[in-house]
Design a protein around this ligand. Structure first.
Ligand code: GAL
Length: 348
């Protein structure tokens, strides 16, 4: 018998388009929901002593997702992170991309994956239903038309799977991720949660937060999360920086459990282990979340710093040069796939 069931419902309207919500529920009562706007993870609900409990940030309406620069739980592409001067160089040829953060192109530019309405359907797999989001990404300034498919699964043992798959009509770049902000607990912020990141180094960033190509050892700094570390204490260690928290790129490797990172809420005994085939993880502790323009459900229509933590697996620029795009190149006609898995545990 199939253990995972999918349903589609109407969520709301965005700029005259109907936005759908697609949900998967397994026999343990875990639910994963997506919105067709931005291929956004809307909810991950886990059983709790009080019923169920949503462990990701979300908003009341579709329009709230694009009302601020925080990309809450949305699909990111074609390229996660920052591209200096919006210029990519492939085989000696420079392409100027649209810039959406001063001179920088951030998270795929102004018409990235997150701003698109995706085609969502429930598909049937051996283990049960899954969600397929597909989209033809074009006219965004990047070379080639990119046919993208993202398959979201939920297993009977509580693993959320995300698989990105793309092909392009010209040589291009592809470095997608999902900008999920977790808050596993019942508090308004993540400061009482504990994080492990299997990274001995972070990337040095310039004043525009663009990697310089140098790596910095995390030893004896607040960036050392190699053992489970209190986020509140680590954030306090960043109080004399402009950011007052983390917005950094970690060079990660899978640990003995095959995870690159693990976030735990000791109070509710809830955790998420992150599995990924990528060598980078951006950690953003929502330092600049504002009160206004953030109609978040968790805090009844306002936002606040540290309300969630974004953990975004992605591919790093080649060591030694942030201007070398070969690590994320997708050749014309080639097919590339990446996976992210969230291993969920919750109070029983
Ligand atoms: C992160 C990025 C942050 C911020 C955030 C979205 O990936 O590193 O600087 O832009 O996305 O608000």
């Amino acid at each position: 018998m199939k253990d995972v069931h999918g349903i589609i419902s109407e969520f709301d309207e965005y700029q005259g388009h109907k936005i759908q919500k697609l949900s998967l529920t397994n026999a343990n009562g875990v639910t994963l929901s997506l919105l067709t706007l931005g291929s956004t993870i809307y909810e991950i609900k886990v059983p709790s002593k009080k019923g169920t409990h949503n462990i990701v940030l979300n908003y009341y309406h579709s329009k709230d997702y694009l009302a601020n620069p925080f990309y809450v739980c949305m699909a990111i592409g074609r390229t996660a992170g920052r591209i200096m001067n919006g210029q990519i160089v492939l085989d000696g040829q420079t392409t100027q991309l649209p810039q959406n953060e001063g001179t920088t192109t951030l998270h795929g530019g102004p018409t990235g994956f997150n701003s698109q309405i995706w085609r969502g359907k429930i598909i049937s797999t051996a283990e049960g239903d899954a969600i397929e989001m597909s989209h033809l990404q074009k006219d965004d300034g990047y070379p080639g038309e990119l046919q993208v498919k993202i398959i979201y699964t939920l297993s009977s043992d509580d693993i959320v799977g995300i698989k990105y798959n793309a092909t392009s009509t010209a040589d291009t770049v592809f470095n997608p991720t999902q900008h999920v902000y977790f808050n596993l607990g019942i508090d308004d912020t993540i400061t009482r949660q504990v994080l492990k990141v299997n990274a001995a180094q972070i990337q040095e960033l310039d004043n525009n937060k663009i990697p310089t190509g140098k790596q910095i050892s995390v030893g004896h700094t607040p960036f050392d999360f190699q053992q489970p570390t209190s986020l509140g204490k680590a954030i306090a260690g960043m109080s004399d920086t402009a950011e007052k928290g983390f917005d950094d790129i970690f060079a990660v490797k899978p640990d003995d459990d095959n995870l690159i990172a693990k976030l735990v809420d000791p109070e509710t005994d809830t955790s998420v282990g992150i599995e990924s085939d990528r060598n980078g993880l951006v950690m953003f502790t929502a330092n600049s979340f504002t009160k206004d323009e953030m109609n978040l459900i968790r805090t009844n229509g306002v936002g606040q710093p540290y309300e969630g933590i974004a953990l975004e697996p992605q591919t790093l620029a080649k060591a030694g040069s942030a201007r070398d795009f070969s690590a994320i190149e997708l050749k014309k006609g080639e097919e590339k796939s990446y996976i992210i898995k969230y291993h969920l545990r919750y109070e029983k």
